[in-house]
Design a protein around this ligand. Sequence first.
Ligand code: FAD
Ligand code: PYC
Length: 420
Amino acid sequence: MRSHYSAWNLLAAAPGHADWAPAWRDAEPKPRYDVVIIGGGGHGLATAYYLAKNHGIRNVAVVEKGWIGGGNTGRNTTIVRSNYLYPESARLYDFSVRLYEDLSRELNFNIMFSQRGIVTLAHSRHDLDNIARWANAMRFNGIDADVLDAAQVRTLAPRLNFDADARFPILGGFIQRRGGPARHDAVAWSYARAASALGVDIVQNCAVTGFVMQGERVAGVQTLRGGVAGEIRAEKVGAAVAGHSSVIAKMAGFTLPVTSYALQAMVSEPVKPVLDTVILSPAVGAYWSQSDKGEVVIGGALDHFPSYAQRGSFAVLQQVMAATTEMFPSFGRLRLLRQWAGIVDVVQDSSPIIGETPVPGLYINCGWGTGGFKAIPVGGWTLAHVLATGRNHELAEPFQLARFETGRLIDEAAAAGIAH
Ligand code: FAD
Ligand code: PYC
């Protein structure tokens, strides 16, 4: 129960909460957790869940500056896949896809994971060569991949533009049939509910503004909630804050090899079923799927202007709209319902960082860039492992910060789906 009392203390500090705060709050010791997780996105919530479930560590708090899932987890276009190039990535992402396959049952929450396949298009001879290499690499890594000719792509997505004089002619592609979308907010909510049921405290509207230090070691976080400053002490701190990783690192006094960019997405008005697979064209820098609600989900490229501003850009929108009407002429008749962006953290080799930082007691999960939704289960699983045991999970071992010193990078830019 101690962990619950601690969170009540924290909440009681906020204006407007004094009326329902328990009377015994002043007698309580300062909050002290085994682990505090910064960031209530998918990765932070999954980390809390696996700490409790896999390691029996329940005295955990997740501290979120906004609302859970309100960052990239609730903004992304929900593609889950494991079609990466290198064995290290294949192992990592496929472990995640397999956890996704069982997640609705495990968390007793329908996350609507729909393995309808993801098709990557080829528009030139060079694309065809790349695709053959990519699919072969996947097969060597034990991941399903089928190369498609143009006729097979047409069967899967007849609304694509197959005109011979199209600006981007479709020559073929390849499919990972086990890939597909899932419901993003359900992923955040289901991990949150399951973690909470195991005793984890989730504190929303509470920003981490700094670290409590004990000598060289992190001993907790400084917070701001409702204009009131506080601190939450903990044995260890894990950070999973995606596009704000460099901000957190700066607070702790080190730098990360990440750059933050806005990634654009949008949805059309809802329509009857028009597309039942996911189509991605790296050449035009856009991709399409249809949600269960009927909206056509359209994703675009990075806005290559480093930023922490969580908003879309008209320049990128225009480019994605042009690509959409070129690739799916009939979508030109759809009205756009919403557009938005999220701030993602891009690392030099487009691969994540999961493990210790230069500051003892502080561990990080970041660098997923444009592709960390698919990795929420494995990101949580592996960050929980290192927080609980002090040792890297074997899947996370190649994804340490140290690789930027040794030069042993895992360059997945070509398999990121989105041009990097
Ligand atoms: P987030 O969900 O962003 O969570 C981090 C949380 O930390 C946020 O809620 C934030 O408020 C909080 N935070 C930040 N600073 C602080 C602080 N100081 N104190 C307290 N809390 C703080 N990935 C895919 O795999 N497939 C896709 O199809 C896909 N499409 C995408 C489309 C778009 C438009 C975007 C933006 C991203 C896409 N991604 C995709 C990437 C994916 O969304 C992210 O990699 C993933 O959601 C990261 O999860 P997270 O939990 O690390 O981050
Ligand atoms: O990682 O599959 C992905 C992706 C597609 C669009 C954005 N991210």
